[in-house]
Structure formats: structure tokens, C-alpha cells
Design a protein around this ligand. Sequence first.
Ligand code: HAM
Length: 449
Amino acid sequence: MAVVMETLPGFRDFYPTECAARNALFTAWREVARRFHFLEFDSPILEPLELFTEKSGEEIREQLFTFEDRGGRKVALRPETTPSLVRLIGTRAASLKKPIKWFNITENFRYERPQKGRLRSFYQFNVDIVGEDSYSAEAELIALAIESFSIFGLSRQHFYVRLSDRQIWVLWLKALGIGESSLQLGLLNVLDKWERRERKDLEKDVSHCLPPAANVQEFLIRAEKLRQSSTLQEIRGCFDALNPNDALKEAVDQRLLTWEKLLAELDALQCGSFVQMDLGIVRGLAYYTGFVFEVFEASLDGRALAGGGRYDLLFEKLTGHSLPAVGFAVGDVTLVDILQKYRLLPKVTFSLDCFVIFENSTRKQALQDVGHLRQNGLSVTYALGESTVSKQFKKAFEYNPNFILFYGSDELSNNQVQVKHVTTHNVALVEREKLANFVCNYTTGSKRE
Ligand code: HAM
């Protein structure tokens, strides 16, 4: 029977060009992390199931790739890396210098319906700051998120950041008299899906979450007003309309002051123009507790390019150590889509320094030099198998090397090799011992392609 020749739905093969393009993304992400001085860490791709069922929230729970291993343990392929990061840091919480600024690049798995921008296996650039409760951590991460797109040549005309705040929503629900956290979480989930739902479905969702006597229509109108707020005054107006008690009023004042500071910091970091207040963003993951943000294409086409926020309670819940944290992740699928759309995908080249051609009688010396050139850091190849010199030349031109080295027996009897620089057609006779130097000097000069 023939073997299955297709990948699973939502999984990708990476041919060399695609693999090189993916690696170029990773290189750029590592460069961004270096500029902001974040350190790379790593963790297993397979984790105990409970790591994700406990705290990631319902949406992720339903999307897990999970099975029982031979030892009877319930395990899952990671759908995200945040819970693993929490374990790593929680285990050494006391000894790590704060704030902890870490990043990683991981393959993740979610059993979603494959569609544009969403697959079942995808890569993420995860960046987190742990041990810092100030809004300046959010500002630093939003600046880094912006840099992870602008490093490819994308600008404000291509993408922007929608900044929101779960604390504002929780305060607003409290002002409506909804204080129970399970009800709040249910309503935050409804708010998260708001944009994608028909009005009648929203009514149903809301009525499931509100106490029986509540007025669903009034809730929807008021929530829509808060969702649409684009200034701090408009947010304040939404609260004033509910006549909050003094304690709540004070909490709202404090929160709006933090908003002011965060927006001022983003301006100072020259990110202000990228950031739009948008309380329509709530985020699907259950662990967020404060500011949340997502990056979108300016045209609003497609799914989020990145998303994250503050999760101050996850450490306590998973590890027993109380540590404030904020982070986000960019995905490779939507990033490649937007880079392709604006023709900004990094160019992929497979440059080859030398192609070596030899006769049967000079094979041994040629291969000795191949080894030597490679040890000197040059990329070198030759025709495998045994073939005529003319066939080797044909092959050489297919590879488009910078140099062709020809080991003719006549030249070799004088310890020399014919070296041709392909683009200029310049040919030189070079002593074998000087080959590496010759090619390196030539290549490190202006002639390298
Ligand atoms: P997330 O919003 O679930 O957050 O994912 C972040 C990004 O990963 C998305 O904006 C998207 O670009 C990409 N992504 C997510 N799911 C898929 C998928 N099925 N196919 C392709 N791309 C996808 C998190 O994962 C949080 N752990 C981020 C975070 C880090 N929060 C705090 N620290």
C-alpha cells in the first residue's frame, strides 16, 4: 500500500526556500530580542496535560493535541509557551534577577479549523517580562512588538496596535453590580467574540452570563459604548453614567492615571502613533488580568498578527510564587502573509563560494583542498560520483558559485589551481596553500555577492 503523501491538515512541509525564509524570520526576531536585551530560553514541546488545562482557558483546552504516553501519563503538545515559562521561572523564582526579560521561538500546536492565518502547527516569537508590575513593562513590550514588525520594513501604514484593558472591563462589570469572578470571566469571553458574532447570538451569549433579572439590551448598549471609547474621557463617561460608589470611582481614577502614564511612555518611546485605544480587545486566554493588546494589519484584513498582555495571577496559581508578568507572542503564519502582501519577505539566497572541478588523476588533491577550504569557513561543493570535466563544468554553472576551481593535472604538477571568478570571468593560477586566503580576500573585498 502506498504511504500517505500529504501532511496532516494544518501542518506544513518546509522546502529549502521556505525553510530559509522561516529561518530569516527567526534571525530577525532574535535580533529584535538582542536590541531590547531579552535572553533566550527553551522548554519541551511535549508537556503534562494539566499545565494547559488548568489555566489557559476553555478555547485552548478544546484545541489541545493530547494523548496518553506509554507510562500512562496524559500529555499534550504545547499550544502556547506561557505556562512552560511560568514553570521555568517559578522553579527558580528566588534566585533569578528581576525583572526577568526572556524570549523564545517555539513550534506550537492547536487543533483549530485550518484557515487563512490559522494552522494547526505554527511558530511563535514569545516575549515576556516577569517581576515588574509597572506600566513601563507594557510600554517596553509594545515597543518590542512594534520593532518585530518594523525590522522587516513594515510601518504604521501596514500595521497598528490595539490596546485595551481587562481591569477597566472588570471595574465596569462591578459598577453594573456583577462582582462574581466566574460571571465576569464569562462576560469577558463574550466580549472577546463580540466582533465575530451576529447580534442575536450576542444577545443569547450575554443572557447566559447575566443574572436572570438583568436587562440584556441595556447591557449590550452600554458595553458597545465602552467598546467604542477612544479617549480616557469617553471611558470615564461610561463609568459616570453608572453612578459608581466612591471606592469604585477611586479605583477607576487610579486606573485612568495608569493609562495616561502608559500612553505618555509609549509616546516617549516613539510608539504613540502605532497605538490605538480599543476596548474591543479582550483576548481569548483566561489568564490575562490587566492591559491587553493585539497587533493588526492597518487594513484590518485577517487575524491578529500578535497578541498579549499582563497576567499577574498565573504564577501564584501555577507555582505558588506571586510574580507580576506581562508578555506577548507574534505568529509566523500571519507575519509571512503580510510580508508577502507587501513584498517584504526577506530575500533568500543559497550562496556558494567555490565549486571544485577535477580530473580522475587530481581527485585526491582536490578533495584534500575541499576539506581545507571548508575548515576556513568557505562553502564548497563538487560533483558527487565520477563524471567528465565538461559535465562538472555544466553542473558548476547550475550552482552559480562565486568561484570555480579547476584541478588540471598540468597546473597541479606546478602545485597550482586555476581559479575563475564567475561574474568577472577573471582567471588566476593560485598555489594550493594560498587558495583559502585568495578566495577569502577576494570574497571579503567588495566582490562578495
Ligand atoms: P495568542 O493570541 O493565542 O497568545 O497567540 C499569539 C499569536 O500567535 C497570534 O496573534 C497569532 O499570530 C499566532 N497564532 C495563534 N494561534 C495560531 C494558529 N492556530 N495558527 C497560526 N498562528 C497562530 C498566546 O499564545 C500567548 N501565550 C501570548 C503571550 C505570551 N501572552 C503572554 N505571554
